[in-house]
Design a protein around this ligand. Structure first.
Ligand code: UD1
Ligand code: MG
Length: 462
């Protein structure tokens, strides 16, 4: 097999997106659009990958990284033909085949690209276009054929006359070409069209004029060639991608109660017999164990969740770990650095951050646990606050095993509570407490008999 070079076109502004972000950086399936064709290109092990950038070039380069990629700058976006022309110096003397991909066609598969290359080589073609038949072809360049069904050319939607717009076979914007033919043909392009641009597909006509063999290959699955030019197409693609991912997890033994509202990113893994409720987002590198229950409205990013964990309704989890059998929520917020031991219960309106919480410990109501280490079997009462910040620095609180923290207590860090400490209700703890001690604040409670009655009378008179 001869060598392979890949060109990815990504310099366009994406005018139809009406965005200040370059089109190829719009996220799809949790990563920038351009990374989809780039990763597929990499899977083919090409000798060289050149990406043509222009609009927002620096941002595109930074986000995509330059791991083995040659960046080519197209200073003015004069059209797809001009963009490919910018790679002339890189591939002019390249001996293998070139594959040209569009940065805005993300779902193209490795198999389809291999099929395109195979056909191109078998047919000894100078140029091969990937095409597809779409029920709604609007927006795409239409494939023109003569009576013998031979390819004649491609006409862009904007340049097409109305009968051409009826044609349903479209240009995918993906091509295999020989470098020698390609760079010679590009020199002959003109910009006599509605947009005043140098159109890459016009090389079809140039090839035909000089009798060079041009072929087409039909994509097996037309959905793979869909391009993204508008926000609506982006949303549609997101849904298509999500449906694929959801189907995969259901096939792997995960119950999705409402797949329509379940958003799982590609890097996530889920164990079997886990049941996921509606409106759940599992993002980043989240790992969910087996037999977990996620009631719904969960927003989970980069969390490591062990087996048999129950995430009750409406929780937000970020960069945290949860051990087997823990119960979280409803309405809990686990922030980065949270690590829950086996069987921990975190209840409603509890927020944690940099919190290492030992096996069997419970904090069930209205509590802030920040920069804290808590031992095993401790109970944190309602309304407990770790005061970790004095306006200048953050400090840690350490709480031992089997501690009872009474409701409405404030633990002013840095502070340490030994094992088996008992914090009386509504205590402000400012100093370390030795193991086994009771800690309370001296306060005398007074009740004035008849006070309310007297107050009411006074108010009435006034
Ligand atoms: C293009 C094809 C069309 C095809 C469709 C498939 C042309 C003229 N038309 O149309 O036949 O059906 O793709 O999706 O090629 N780009 C540059 N520099 C430029 C212009 C564009 O790098 O000067 C890049 C864009 O960033 C994009 C890709 O080329 O990634 C395609 O450009 P776009 O403007 O989206 O072309 P379409 O109108 O979709
Ligand atoms: Mg496009």
């Amino acid at each position: 097999m001869s060598d392979l070079g890949v060109i990815i076109l990504a310099a366009g502004e994406g005018k139809r997106m009406k965005s200040s972000l370059p089109k190829v950086l719009h996220p799809l399936g949790g990563k920038p659009l351009l990374l989809h064709p780039l990763e597929t290109a990499r899977s083919l092990n090409p000798k060289r990958i050149a990406i043509v950038v222009g609009h927002g070039a620096e941002a595109v380069k930074e986000i995509c990284g330059d791991d083995g990629v040659v960046w080519v700058l197209q200073e003015k976006q004069l059209g797809t033909g001009h963009a490919v022309g910018c790679t002339r110096e890189i591939f002019r003397n390249f001996s293998g085949d070139l594959l040209i991909l569009s940065g805005d066609v993300p779902l193209i598969s490795k198999e389809s690209l291999l099929g395109l290359l195979r056909h191109h080589r078998e047919q000894d073609a100078e140029l091969t276009l990937l095409t597809a038949v779409l029920n709604q072809p609007s927006g795409y360049g239409r494939i023109l054929r003569d009576e013998k069904k031979e390819l004649v050319g491609v006409v862009e939607e904007r340049d097409a006359v109305s009968c051409e717009k009826e044609f349903k076979e479209v240009n995918a914007g993906i091509y295999a070409a020989s470098p020698r033919f390609l760079y010679a043909a590009l020199r002959e392009l003109d910009s006599n069209n509605e947009q005043g641009e140098y159109y890459l597909p016009d090389i079809v006509g140039i090839a035909r004029k000089s009798g060079k063999p041009v072929r087409t290959v039909r994509a097996g699955d037309a959905r793979e060639i869909l391009g993204i030019n508008t926000r609506e197409e982006l949303a549609f693609m997101e849904r298509t991608l999500q449906e694929r991912i959801n189907r995969r997890w259901m096939e792997a033994g995960v119950t999705l109660k409402d797949p329509q509202t379940t958003y799982i990113e590609e890097g996530v893994t889920i164990g079997k017999d886990t049941v996921i409720g509606p409106n759940t987002h599992l993002l980043g590198k989240t790992v969910i164990g087996e037999r977990c229950r996620i009631d719904g409205s969960a927003y989970v990013t980069n969390a490591q969740v062990a087996n048999e964990v129950h995430l009750r309704f409406s929780v937000v989890l970020t960069d945290c770990r949860i051990a087997e059998g823990a119960i979280v929520g409803p309405f809990a917020h686990l922030r980065p650095g949270t690590s829950l031991g086996r069987g921990v219960h975190i209840g409603n309106f509890v927020e944690t951050k940099e919190a290492i919480i030992g096996e069997g410990t419970k904090a069930n109501h209205l509590t802030y646990l920040g920069d804290v280490t808590i031992g095993r079997q401790t109970n944190v009462g309602a309304g407990t606050i770790t005061c970790n910040y004095d306006g200048f620095q953050k400090y840690r609180t350490t709480i031992g095993d089997r501690v009872q923290v009474g409701s409405d207590s404030t633990l002013v860090a840095p502070v340490r509570l030994g094992d088996d400490v008992y914090v009386a209700t509504a205590t402000t703890v400012r100093h370390d407490v030795p193991a086994g001690a009771l800690v309370y604040n001296e306060r005398r409670e007074k009740a004035r008999a008849g006070w309310t009655e007297q107050k009411r009378k006074k108010m009435k008179k006034g």
